[in-house]
Design a protein around this ligand. Structure first.
Ligand code: NAD
Length: 386
């Protein structure tokens, strides 16, 4: 019998289950690169479209785990030395956590987790796990690659348009009973003709480029592996050998690289000093890719005309986090990858990974981040340990 410790975000304050806005969600058979969607053995412990990422939703895992003699412990209290997560961690064989409500598996916590064999990210982005320490302790780290990539790409496109068109302040004006057109449009531009660049053109970055192409913008990218020439020609991409070169020519910059030691604070005062006055920066990758206070300074001094996204550090962000109140921001709590559509796929992927793990079958390599003491699979392609 194994203990599976699952750390999930709290239920809606209005109660669970919520009333759903729609009766169903579309069925997606495969991702744009041909990768198949999660295919756990049925039955799923939930109906796609249900809110499964919160405590009462339990990612739909209880029926499978209990039918197979395992113990499921679901907690939400995850921070501080005496949190429920810390109290249960020494018993856990598997820890499941979502990036939206990350259970930070630091080196100190991993040292206490003597039974831990699998740290499973229900979603994408396993930077809340100290990957070097996980490798040293022989813990496998896996995530549900591609499960919510399109969910995030849609959020990026929405944020680009919201910032450039000054949508959020104009909406606030309508909400408040106002009608001052001049005020609403004095920061509003068309995206058409602008230069858009993404730093990181993997699954999400490429999906963003494809979605923005019909807006008649100039498309740029930087990432450590250059894309095939055919993709560059199809999308009309300009490749930049480093992020510094990209930010000097782009009006809108999107961050879509994983967080690991050498990408932390990629955007600091020095990087902002290279940007065009009035640039927009979108970050749905990870909060720590940016120096928190340098972002605030860049908005205050006009280097940035807008900053938007949904990732912060730490999460949940404290009430006095400066990104909540800085000017010209389009921030949300970390929601872009947690749409009900995305939840259905990452919950199914979590079940698939658990079934393989408990039945001694290999976990798909595209789901592996760390395995056998080093980066593996998708992790070897996208992360670094330094
Ligand atoms: P991906 O692995 O497909 O793409 C990331 C790309 O970044 C890779 O192609 C890699 O080569 C490149 N890269 C890595 N380090 C680099 C560096 N130092 N310089 C330049 N390029 C580098 O991942 P993805 O699915 O596109 O996701 C990207 C990130 O987005 C995730 O790591 C995660 O942090 C974040 N994410 C956020 C949400 C959300 O809900 N906001 C959901 C999913 C993923």
């Amino acid at each position: 019998m194994a203990t599976v410790l699952c750390v999930l975000f709290p239920d809606p304050e209005t109660g669970y289950p919520p009333q759903y806005a729609r009766n169903s969600i579309p069925t997606i058979g495969a991702y744009p690169n041909g990768q198949t969607v999660p295919s756990p053995r049925e039955p799923l412990g939930f109906k796609p479209g249900q809110l499964v990422g919160c405590v009462s939703g339990e990612l739909g895992l209880r029926p499978y785990l209990e039918a197979n003699g395992h113990r499921l412990v679901v907690v939400s209290d995850k921070d501080g030395a005496n949190s429920a997560f810390d109290r249960h961690l020494p018993e856990a064989d598997v820890v499941i956590s979502q990036p939206f409500w990350p259970a930070y598996l630091t080196a100190e916590r991993l040292a206490k987790a003597k039974n831990l064999r699998l740290a499973l990210t229900a979603g994408i982005g396993s930077d809340h796990v100290d990957l070097s320490a996980a490798a040293r302790h022989g813990v496998t780290v896996a995530e549900v690659t591609f499960s919510n990539s399109i969910s995030v790409a849609e959020h990026v496109v929405m944020t680009v348009l919201s910032l450039v068109r000054n949508f959020l302040p104009a909406h606030d004006t309508a909400d408040a009973g106002g009608w001052n057109i001049a005020e609403c449009v004095s920061r509003s531009y068309d995206l058409e003709g602008m230069h858009f660049g993404t730093i990181g053109a993997g699954r999400i970055g490429q999906a963003v480029l494809r979605r923005l192409k019909p807006f008649d913008v100039y498309l740029h990218y930087h990432q450590r592996h250059r894309l095939p020439g055919q993709v560059e020609r199809e999308l009309g991409l300009t490749f930049h050998a480093n992020p510094q070169s990209l930010v000097q020519v782009c009006d809108v910059v999107n961050l879509q690289v994983p967080l690991y030691p050498s990408t932390e604070h990629l955007f600091d005062d020095a990087m902002f000093s290279l940007m065009k006055r009035g640039s927009y920066l979108i970050n749905t990758a990870r909060g720590k890719l940016c120096d928190r206070d340098a972002v605030v300074r860049a908005l205050q001094n006009g280097t940035l005309a807008g900053y938007g996204g949904d990732v912060w550090f730490p999460q949940p962000a404290p009430a006095d986090h400066p990104w909540r109140t800085m000017p010209h921001q389009g921030m949300t709590p970390h929601i872009s990858g947690a749409s009900l559509s995305g939840q259905a796929r990452y919950a199914a992927g979590t079940l698939e990974i658990l079934q393989n793990f408990f039945e001694g079958k290999p976990i798909r390599s595209e789901y592996l981040i760390v395995d056998g003491g080093s980066l593996a699979g998708a992790g070897a392609a996208s992360y670094g340990l330094t």
